[in-house]
Design a protein around this ligand. Sequence first.
Ligand code: PLP
Length: 363
Amino acid sequence: MEKPLLFLPGPVALADDVSAASARPMIDHRGPLFAHVFANIVDGLRPIFGTTSDVLPFGSSGTGAMEAAVANCFSPGETVLACPVGIFGQRLIAIAKAHGLRVDVLDTPLGSAVDPNALASRLHADRDRVISGVLLTHNETSTGVQNDLARLAPMLREHGALTVVDSVSGLGAGEFRMDDWGYDVVVSASQKALAAPPGVAMAAVSERAWQRIEHARAPRFYFDLRMAREYARKGQTAWTPPIATFRALECALARYHEEGMRNVWRRHERNAVVIRARFVTLGFTILSQPDAHSVTVVAAVPPTGVDATTLVQRLRDECGVILSGGQGELAGKIVRMGTMGAIDDGDIATAFDAIKSITHGGA
Ligand code: PLP
Protein backbone atom coordinates (compact mmCIF):
# COMPACT_ATOMS: atom_id res chain seq x y z
CA MET A 1 0.00 0.00 0.00
CA GLU A 2 1.50 3.34 -1.06
CA LYS A 3 0.13 5.58 1.65
CA PRO A 4 -0.01 3.81 5.01
CA LEU A 5 -3.01 4.42 7.20
CA LEU A 6 -1.40 6.24 10.10
CA PHE A 7 -3.32 5.71 13.33
CA LEU A 8 -0.50 6.56 15.71
CA PRO A 9 -1.28 8.74 18.69
CA GLY A 10 1.06 11.16 16.95
CA PRO A 11 2.54 11.94 14.51
CA VAL A 12 -0.74 11.89 12.62
CA ALA A 13 -1.88 11.73 8.99
CA LEU A 14 -1.73 15.17 7.37
CA ALA A 15 -4.17 16.85 5.04
CA ASP A 16 -2.62 17.36 1.58
CA ASP A 17 -2.47 21.14 1.86
CA VAL A 18 -0.68 20.89 5.22
CA SER A 19 1.96 18.64 3.63
CA ALA A 20 2.19 21.02 0.67
CA ALA A 21 2.67 24.01 2.98
CA SER A 22 5.77 22.38 4.42
CA ALA A 23 7.23 21.96 0.94
CA ARG A 24 7.08 25.66 0.04
CA PRO A 25 10.28 27.60 -0.76
CA MET A 26 12.49 28.46 2.19
CA ILE A 27 12.10 31.92 3.71
CA ASP A 28 14.08 34.23 6.01
CA HIS A 29 13.24 33.45 9.63
CA ARG A 30 14.13 37.06 10.53
CA GLY A 31 12.03 38.56 7.74
CA PRO A 32 8.45 39.86 7.45
CA LEU A 33 6.97 36.73 5.88
CA PHE A 34 8.04 34.54 8.78
CA ALA A 35 6.75 37.18 11.22
CA HIS A 36 3.38 36.90 9.47
CA VAL A 37 3.40 33.10 9.74
CA PHE A 38 4.41 33.40 13.41
CA ALA A 39 1.59 35.85 14.15
CA ASN A 40 -0.97 33.62 12.44
CA ILE A 41 0.18 30.67 14.52
CA VAL A 42 -0.02 32.57 17.80
CA ASP A 43 -3.46 33.95 16.88
CA GLY A 44 -4.59 30.46 15.90
CA LEU A 45 -3.31 28.87 19.10
CA ARG A 46 -4.63 31.37 21.68
CA PRO A 47 -8.30 30.36 21.46
CA ILE A 48 -7.30 26.69 21.43
CA PHE A 49 -5.43 27.13 24.71
CA GLY A 50 -8.20 29.43 25.94
CA THR A 51 -5.80 32.17 26.89
CA THR A 52 -5.02 35.79 26.19
CA SER A 53 -1.54 35.33 27.72
CA ASP A 54 1.66 34.69 25.85
CA VAL A 55 1.72 31.65 23.59
CA LEU A 56 5.27 30.87 22.50
CA PRO A 57 5.91 28.46 19.63
CA PHE A 58 9.47 27.21 19.19
CA GLY A 59 11.42 24.48 17.45
CA SER A 60 11.32 21.31 19.56
CA SER A 61 9.34 18.16 20.14
CA GLY A 62 6.89 18.13 23.02
CA THR A 63 9.49 16.94 25.53
CA GLY A 64 11.47 20.14 25.04
CA ALA A 65 8.40 22.16 25.98
CA MET A 66 7.94 19.99 29.08
CA GLU A 67 11.54 20.69 30.03
CA ALA A 68 11.09 24.40 29.26
CA ALA A 69 8.11 24.55 31.63
CA VAL A 70 9.95 22.89 34.51
CA ALA A 71 13.33 24.59 34.00
CA ASN A 72 11.81 28.07 33.78
CA CYS A 73 9.40 27.91 36.69
CA PHE A 74 11.32 26.27 39.51
CA SER A 75 14.59 26.29 41.45
CA PRO A 76 16.68 23.35 42.65
CA GLY A 77 15.47 22.12 46.04
CA GLU A 78 11.86 23.25 45.56
CA THR A 79 9.14 20.64 46.04
CA VAL A 80 6.64 19.82 43.34
CA LEU A 81 3.71 17.43 43.45
CA ALA A 82 3.63 15.19 40.39
CA CYS A 83 0.40 13.44 39.43
CA PRO A 84 1.46 10.84 36.85
CA VAL A 85 -1.12 8.60 35.19
CA GLY A 86 1.34 6.91 32.84
CA ILE A 87 4.68 7.13 31.05
CA PHE A 88 4.44 10.81 30.11
CA GLY A 89 3.64 11.79 33.68
CA GLN A 90 6.74 9.82 34.68
CA ARG A 91 8.70 11.83 32.13
CA LEU A 92 7.69 15.07 33.86
CA ILE A 93 9.01 13.57 37.09
CA ALA A 94 12.31 12.64 35.43
CA ILE A 95 12.67 16.18 34.08
CA ALA A 96 11.89 17.70 37.49
CA LYS A 97 14.49 15.46 39.15
CA ALA A 98 17.06 16.29 36.48
CA HIS A 99 16.58 19.95 37.43
CA GLY A 100 17.16 19.26 41.11
CA LEU A 101 13.55 19.46 42.32
CA ARG A 102 12.15 17.34 45.12
CA VAL A 103 9.25 15.38 43.70
CA ASP A 104 6.31 14.25 45.78
CA VAL A 105 4.13 11.80 43.84
CA LEU A 106 0.37 11.27 43.87
CA ASP A 107 -0.07 7.75 42.50
CA THR A 108 -3.05 6.70 40.41
CA PRO A 109 -3.97 3.15 39.31
CA LEU A 110 -3.24 2.32 35.68
CA GLY A 111 -6.14 3.24 33.42
CA SER A 112 -7.60 5.80 35.84
CA ALA A 113 -7.47 9.57 35.85
CA VAL A 114 -6.29 11.62 38.83
CA ASP A 115 -8.86 11.23 41.60
CA PRO A 116 -10.04 14.74 42.54
CA ASN A 117 -10.59 13.69 46.17
CA ALA A 118 -7.09 12.24 46.45
CA LEU A 119 -5.59 15.40 44.99
CA ALA A 120 -7.70 17.62 47.24
CA SER A 121 -6.64 15.78 50.39
CA ARG A 122 -2.96 15.86 49.38
CA LEU A 123 -3.18 19.61 48.79
CA HIS A 124 -5.12 20.23 52.02
CA ALA A 125 -2.46 18.33 53.96
CA ASP A 126 0.16 20.78 52.68
CA ARG A 127 -0.66 23.46 55.27
CA ASP A 128 2.84 24.94 55.19
CA ARG A 129 2.69 25.32 51.42
CA VAL A 130 5.82 23.25 50.87
CA ILE A 131 4.51 22.25 47.45
CA SER A 132 5.39 25.08 45.11
CA GLY A 133 4.28 23.44 41.90
CA VAL A 134 1.95 20.74 40.61
CA LEU A 135 2.79 18.74 37.48
CA LEU A 136 -0.11 17.32 35.49
CA THR A 137 -0.67 15.47 32.26
CA HIS A 138 -3.85 16.56 30.51
CA ASN A 139 -4.06 13.53 28.25
CA GLU A 140 -1.89 10.48 28.99
CA THR A 141 -1.03 8.92 25.66
CA SER A 142 0.43 5.72 27.11
CA THR A 143 -2.85 4.66 28.76
CA GLY A 144 -5.51 6.50 26.76
CA VAL A 145 -6.55 8.42 29.86
CA GLN A 146 -7.68 12.02 30.11
CA ASN A 147 -7.69 14.05 33.30
CA ASP A 148 -10.63 16.33 33.99
CA LEU A 149 -8.69 19.57 34.29
CA ALA A 150 -11.82 21.68 34.73
CA ARG A 151 -12.72 19.61 37.81
CA LEU A 152 -9.19 19.71 39.30
CA ALA A 153 -8.77 23.44 38.75
CA PRO A 154 -10.58 24.90 41.82
CA MET A 155 -8.60 22.87 44.37
CA LEU A 156 -5.35 23.77 42.66
CA ARG A 157 -6.24 27.45 42.66
CA GLU A 158 -7.19 27.27 46.31
CA HIS A 159 -3.80 25.79 47.20
CA GLY A 160 -1.95 28.31 45.06
CA ALA A 161 0.90 26.15 43.70
CA LEU A 162 2.08 26.95 40.19
CA THR A 163 0.62 24.46 37.73
CA VAL A 164 2.43 22.92 34.78
CA VAL A 165 0.29 20.97 32.33
CA ASP A 166 1.52 18.65 29.60
CA SER A 167 -1.22 18.84 26.99
CA VAL A 168 0.94 17.51 24.17
CA SER A 169 -1.66 14.95 23.14
CA GLY A 170 -4.72 16.77 24.44
CA LEU A 171 -4.63 20.33 23.20
CA GLY A 172 -7.01 21.03 20.36
CA ALA A 173 -9.07 17.85 20.72
CA GLY A 174 -11.42 19.21 23.36
CA GLU A 175 -12.27 22.31 25.31
CA PHE A 176 -9.31 23.89 27.09
CA ARG A 177 -9.85 27.08 29.11
CA MET A 178 -6.43 27.87 30.51
CA ASP A 179 -7.34 31.36 31.77
CA ASP A 180 -10.75 30.46 33.21
CA TRP A 181 -9.45 27.33 34.88
CA GLY A 182 -6.34 29.15 36.12
CA TYR A 183 -3.52 26.95 34.83
CA ASP A 184 -0.10 28.59 34.65
CA VAL A 185 2.06 26.90 32.03
CA VAL A 186 0.51 24.64 29.43
CA VAL A 187 2.64 22.96 26.80
CA SER A 188 1.79 21.17 23.59
CA ALA A 189 3.24 20.17 20.23
CA SER A 190 2.40 20.32 16.55
CA GLN A 191 2.09 16.63 15.68
CA LYS A 192 -1.01 15.58 17.60
CA ALA A 193 -4.52 17.06 17.53
CA LEU A 194 -3.28 20.20 15.76
CA ALA A 195 -2.57 17.84 12.84
CA ALA A 196 0.74 19.30 11.64
CA PRO A 197 4.11 17.57 11.27
CA PRO A 198 6.34 17.16 14.34
CA GLY A 199 8.90 19.86 15.13
CA VAL A 200 7.10 22.80 16.74
CA ALA A 201 6.32 22.85 20.45
CA MET A 202 4.46 25.62 22.21
CA ALA A 203 4.15 26.95 25.74
CA ALA A 204 1.32 29.14 26.98
CA VAL A 205 2.45 31.14 30.01
CA SER A 206 0.27 32.98 32.54
CA GLU A 207 1.19 36.34 34.12
CA ARG A 208 1.64 34.58 37.45
CA ALA A 209 4.10 32.17 35.84
CA TRP A 210 6.15 35.04 34.39
CA GLN A 211 6.72 36.36 37.89
CA ARG A 212 8.08 32.96 38.93
CA ILE A 213 10.12 32.65 35.76
CA GLU A 214 11.98 35.86 36.57
CA HIS A 215 13.23 34.43 39.86
CA ALA A 216 13.58 30.71 39.11
CA ARG A 217 17.13 29.39 39.32
CA ALA A 218 17.03 26.07 37.47
CA PRO A 219 19.56 26.16 34.63
CA ARG A 220 18.16 26.98 31.19
CA PHE A 221 19.50 28.33 27.96
CA TYR A 222 18.04 26.91 24.74
CA PHE A 223 14.61 26.75 26.37
CA ASP A 224 14.76 30.07 28.21
CA LEU A 225 11.18 31.29 27.93
CA ARG A 226 12.22 34.89 28.63
CA MET A 227 14.30 34.76 25.46
CA ALA A 228 11.41 33.14 23.57
CA ARG A 229 9.11 35.96 24.70
CA GLU A 230 11.59 38.66 23.71
CA TYR A 231 11.89 37.26 20.18
CA ALA A 232 8.17 36.51 19.92
CA ARG A 233 7.53 40.25 20.22
CA LYS A 234 9.31 40.58 16.87
CA GLY A 235 7.48 37.63 15.34
CA GLN A 236 10.53 35.42 15.65
CA THR A 237 11.92 32.51 17.59
CA ALA A 238 15.16 32.87 19.56
CA TRP A 239 16.93 30.21 17.50
CA THR A 240 16.59 29.08 13.89
CA PRO A 241 13.12 27.51 13.72
CA PRO A 242 11.91 24.51 11.66
CA ILE A 243 10.44 26.88 9.08
CA ALA A 244 8.78 24.15 7.02
CA THR A 245 6.92 22.88 10.08
CA PHE A 246 5.92 26.41 11.09
CA ARG A 247 4.36 26.87 7.66
CA ALA A 248 2.57 23.53 7.88
CA LEU A 249 1.29 24.42 11.35
CA GLU A 250 0.02 27.76 10.06
CA CYS A 251 -1.97 25.88 7.42
CA ALA A 252 -3.18 23.25 9.90
CA LEU A 253 -4.44 25.95 12.27
CA ALA A 254 -6.24 27.73 9.44
CA ARG A 255 -7.96 24.44 8.62
CA TYR A 256 -8.71 23.89 12.31
CA HIS A 257 -10.54 27.20 12.64
CA GLU A 258 -12.26 26.76 9.29
CA GLU A 259 -13.72 23.50 10.57
CA GLY A 260 -14.58 25.27 13.84
CA MET A 261 -13.33 24.40 17.33
CA ARG A 262 -16.52 22.67 18.41
CA ASN A 263 -16.63 20.58 15.26
CA VAL A 264 -13.01 19.56 15.77
CA TRP A 265 -13.81 18.52 19.36
CA ARG A 266 -16.85 16.57 18.13
CA ARG A 267 -14.77 14.82 15.46
CA HIS A 268 -12.24 13.57 18.01
CA GLU A 269 -14.95 12.50 20.45
CA ARG A 270 -16.82 10.68 17.73
CA ASN A 271 -13.72 8.91 16.38
CA ALA A 272 -12.85 7.83 19.92
CA VAL A 273 -16.36 6.47 20.56
CA VAL A 274 -16.38 4.57 17.26
CA ILE A 275 -12.87 3.14 17.77
CA ARG A 276 -13.60 2.01 21.33
CA ALA A 277 -16.85 0.37 20.22
CA ARG A 278 -15.17 -1.45 17.34
CA PHE A 279 -12.41 -2.76 19.57
CA VAL A 280 -14.99 -4.03 22.06
CA THR A 281 -16.92 -5.76 19.27
CA LEU A 282 -13.73 -7.64 18.37
CA GLY A 283 -13.25 -8.81 21.97
CA PHE A 284 -10.71 -6.20 23.12
CA THR A 285 -10.94 -4.56 26.54
CA ILE A 286 -10.50 -0.81 26.84
CA LEU A 287 -7.71 0.04 29.31
CA SER A 288 -9.07 3.41 30.41
CA GLN A 289 -11.84 3.52 33.00
CA PRO A 290 -15.20 4.73 31.62
CA ASP A 291 -14.89 8.11 33.38
CA ALA A 292 -11.34 8.61 32.15
CA HIS A 293 -11.46 7.96 28.41
CA SER A 294 -9.17 10.03 26.21
CA VAL A 295 -10.62 11.50 23.03
CA THR A 296 -7.29 11.32 21.19
CA VAL A 297 -6.02 7.80 21.85
CA VAL A 298 -7.65 4.48 22.58
CA ALA A 299 -5.60 1.88 24.47
CA ALA A 300 -7.02 -1.60 24.06
CA VAL A 301 -6.04 -4.97 25.54
CA PRO A 302 -6.37 -7.73 22.91
CA PRO A 303 -8.51 -10.79 23.60
CA THR A 304 -6.81 -13.91 24.97
CA GLY A 305 -4.75 -15.63 22.30
CA VAL A 306 -3.95 -12.43 20.40
CA ASP A 307 -0.43 -11.09 20.92
CA ALA A 308 -0.37 -7.29 20.86
CA THR A 309 3.14 -6.98 19.42
CA THR A 310 2.47 -9.47 16.62
CA LEU A 311 -0.81 -7.75 15.82
CA VAL A 312 0.86 -4.33 15.45
CA GLN A 313 3.60 -5.84 13.27
CA ARG A 314 1.23 -7.74 11.00
CA LEU A 315 -1.06 -4.74 10.59
CA ARG A 316 1.96 -2.71 9.47
CA ASP A 317 3.56 -5.36 7.24
CA GLU A 318 0.51 -6.97 5.68
CA CYS A 319 -2.09 -4.21 5.67
CA GLY A 320 -0.26 -0.87 5.82
CA VAL A 321 -2.22 0.03 8.95
CA ILE A 322 -0.02 1.70 11.55
CA LEU A 323 -1.01 1.40 15.21
CA SER A 324 1.18 1.73 18.31
CA GLY A 325 1.99 -0.88 20.89
CA GLY A 326 2.30 -0.34 24.63
CA GLN A 327 5.13 1.45 26.40
CA GLY A 328 6.95 0.61 29.63
CA GLU A 329 5.04 -1.92 31.71
CA LEU A 330 2.33 -2.03 29.03
CA ALA A 331 4.75 -3.12 26.28
CA GLY A 332 3.39 -6.21 24.55
CA LYS A 333 0.10 -5.93 26.44
CA ILE A 334 -1.92 -3.30 24.57
CA VAL A 335 -2.38 -1.66 21.21
CA ARG A 336 -2.98 2.07 20.93
CA MET A 337 -4.91 3.78 18.17
CA GLY A 338 -5.07 7.53 17.63
CA THR A 339 -8.19 9.44 16.69
CA MET A 340 -6.37 12.54 15.43
CA GLY A 341 -5.37 13.92 12.05
CA ALA A 342 -6.66 13.45 8.54
CA ILE A 343 -8.53 10.18 8.99
CA ASP A 344 -12.13 9.51 8.09
CA ASP A 345 -14.80 6.88 8.69
CA GLY A 346 -13.60 4.89 5.67
CA ASP A 347 -10.06 4.77 7.07
CA ILE A 348 -11.35 3.58 10.44
CA ALA A 349 -13.46 0.91 8.73
CA THR A 350 -10.45 -0.25 6.68
CA ALA A 351 -8.27 -0.41 9.80
CA PHE A 352 -10.84 -2.51 11.66
CA ASP A 353 -11.34 -4.83 8.68
CA ALA A 354 -7.59 -5.45 8.87
CA ILE A 355 -7.64 -5.89 12.67
CA LYS A 356 -10.55 -8.32 12.34
CA SER A 357 -8.92 -10.36 9.60
CA ILE A 358 -5.73 -10.76 11.64
CA THR A 359 -7.33 -11.41 15.02
CA HIS A 360 -9.71 -13.93 13.49
CA GLY A 361 -6.88 -15.65 11.67
CA GLY A 362 -4.94 -15.75 14.97
CA ALA A 363 -2.22 -13.13 15.54
N1 PLP B 1 3.52 14.16 26.54
C1 PLP B 1 2.59 13.41 25.97
C2 PLP B 1 1.27 13.26 26.67
C3 PLP B 1 2.84 12.76 24.77
O1 PLP B 1 1.92 12.01 24.20
C4 PLP B 1 4.10 12.93 24.16
C5 PLP B 1 4.41 12.23 22.91
O2 PLP B 1 3.78 11.30 22.50
C6 PLP B 1 5.03 13.72 24.80
C7 PLP B 1 4.71 14.35 25.98
C8 PLP B 1 6.39 13.92 24.25
O3 PLP B 1 6.34 14.55 23.06
P1 PLP B 1 7.52 14.40 22.00
O4 PLP B 1 7.59 12.96 21.62
O5 PLP B 1 7.03 15.29 20.91
O6 PLP B 1 8.76 14.88 22.65
